[in-house]
Design a protein around this ligand. Structure first.
Ligand SMILES: *Cc1c(COP(=O)(O)O)cnc(C)c1O
Length: 336
C-alpha cells in the first residue's frame, strides 16, 4: 500500500469535481466574460464577508498581489519568521513589491499584538515605513496551528489604530475554521485582504482567490495581469473551486481526525523524540535519527513524507488519504 503524506496539494480531482469542470460555462475572463470565474469570486467573497474576489493560479500569486496592493516601494511588512510569504515565495516581497520584511519570533507560527507593536517603525527617515501585517492561518511551519478570531481581534485593532493593513494567508483557512468553529463571515471585519487556497485540503487541482474591497481588487487585477496571470477560459478551474467549496469543506474534520490518530501513534514510537499537538491536518514530529534516514525507511513501507528540518518530519492529511490507509500507516509506524 502507498500512503502519500507529503502534501495536501497532491489530491486528484474526484469524479464529481471533474463532472462539474466539464459542464462549466466559460468565456474569456480577461474580457470579464467567464461567468463561472465571476461566480466563484462572488461566492468566496460573500462567504468571508468581503466585497470582492480575484481568482488566481496560485496562493503565492494571491499573497504577492496582496503585498503589492498594501505596500509601496521601501515599505516594510511584519510577519512571523516562518511565514510562507517570506520563506517560500522566492523573495517575492523584495522582487515584486520592493519592500522589506520584519520577522517576529512567534509561537508555532502564530504572533500576537504584543509581539507586533514594538516592531512598528516610528515615522523617521532612517526607518522603512511599516504598512502591513501578514498572518498565516493555519500556520504551515507551525504544524497546522491556528488562530481563533478572538486572538486575531487585538491584532486587527492594533493595525487599525496604527494605520497598518492586515492580510491573511489563508492557504488552509478552512482547516482553521473547522478546528476553531469560528464563522468565515466574521473574517471580513478584521482583514483588508484574505488569500483562500482551493488546491490544498479542498482538493481542487489549481487556484486561489484573493478577497478584499472592490477598489483593492481592481488594483489587484492590474497586478495579476502584469504578472502574466490574466487568464482566459479559467471557468473550468473555477468550477472545480466551486465544487470544492460546496463538497469538501465539511469533510475536513475527517483529515483532522486522521492527523490526531497518527499523532497519537507517533507519540508511542520509541524512534520519535517529540510530536507537536495535531490541531488540524498537519503532523510535525521530531526523530532521534536524521529525518532523511527515517524518510527512507518510511518509503520502504510505502509511506511518503517530507522533512522540514534535519530531525523533523511533516505528515499532511487530505482527502486522498482514506481510513484504511491511516490504519495501515499507524501499524507501519509502530513496526518501523
Ligand atoms: C501552499 C501555501 C501557499 C500557496 O501556495 P501555492 O503553491 O502558491 O498555491 C501559501 N501559504 C501557505 C501557508 C501555504 O502552505
Amino acid at each position: 500500500m502507498t500512503v502519500d503524506l507529503r502534501s495536501d496539494t497532491l489530491t486528484q480531482p474526484t469524479p464529481g469535481m471533474l463532472q462539474a469542470m466539464m459542464s462549466a460555462k466559460v468565456g474569456d475572463d480577461v474580457f470579464g466574460e467567464d461567468e463561472t470565474v465571476s461566480q466563484l469570486e462572488a461566492k468566496t467573497a460573500a462567504l468571508f464577508g468581503m466585497e470582492a474576489g480575484l481568482f488566481c493560479p496560485s496562493g503565492t500569486m494571491t499573497n504577492q498581489i496582496a503585498i503589492k496592493c498594501f505596500t509601496r516601494p521601501m515599505d516594510e511588512l511584519i510577519a512571523d519568521q516562518t511565514a510562507h510569504v517570506y520563506r517560500y515565495e522566492g523573495g517575492g516581497i523584495a522582487f515584486n513589491s520592493a519592500a522589506s520584511a520584519r520577522l517576529v519570533n512567534g509561537y508555532r507560527g502564530l504572533i500576537t499584538a504584543d509581539m507586533i507593536a514594538p516592531e512598528i517603525n516610528a515615522d523617521n527617515i532612517h526607518y522603512p515605513r511599516t504598512s502591513l501585517v501578514v498572518l498565516e492561518n493555519t500556520s504551515n511551519r507551525g504544524g497546522g496551528s491556528c488562530y481563533t478570531l478572538e486572538q486575531i481581534k487585538p491584532i486587527a485593532e492594533l493595525c487599525q489604530a496604527r494605520g497598518l493593513k492586515l492580510h491573511l494567508d489563508g492557504a488552509r483557512i478552512f482547516n482553521a475554521l473547522t478546528h476553531t468553529g469560528d464563522s468565515a463571515a466574521d473574517y471580513g471585519h478584521y482583514f483588508n485582504g484574505i488569500s483562500v487556497c482551493l488546491s490544498k485540503g479542498l482538493g481542487a487541482p489549481v487556484g486561489s482567490v484573493l478577497l478584499a474591497d472592490a477598489d483593492t481588487i481592481k488594483q489587484a487585477k492590474r497586478i495579476r495581469k502584469v504578472l502574466g496571470g490574466g487568464w482566459r477560459q479559467a471557468g473550468f478551474l473555477a468550477a472545480a473551486g466551486i465544487y470544492a467549496l460546496d463538497h469538501h469543506v465539511e469533510r475536513l474534520k475527517i483529515d483532522h481526525k486522521h492527523a490526531a490518530i497518527i499523532a497519537e501513534a507517533l507519540g508511542r514510537c520509541p524512534w520519535v523524540s517529540g510530536v507537536l499537538p495535531a490541531e488540524t491536518n498537519i503532523v510535525l514530529f521530531d526523530t532521534l535519527q536524521p529525518a532523511s534516514a527515517v524518510i527512507e525507511r518510511l518509503a520502504g513501507k510505502g509511506i511518503k513524507a517530507m522533512a522540514t528540518a534535519p530531525n523533523r518530519i511533516r505528515f499532511v492529511l487530505h482527502l486522498d488519504v482514506h481510513p484504511e490507509q491511516v490504519e495501515y500507516a499507524v501499524n507501519a509506524l509502530k513496526a518501523l
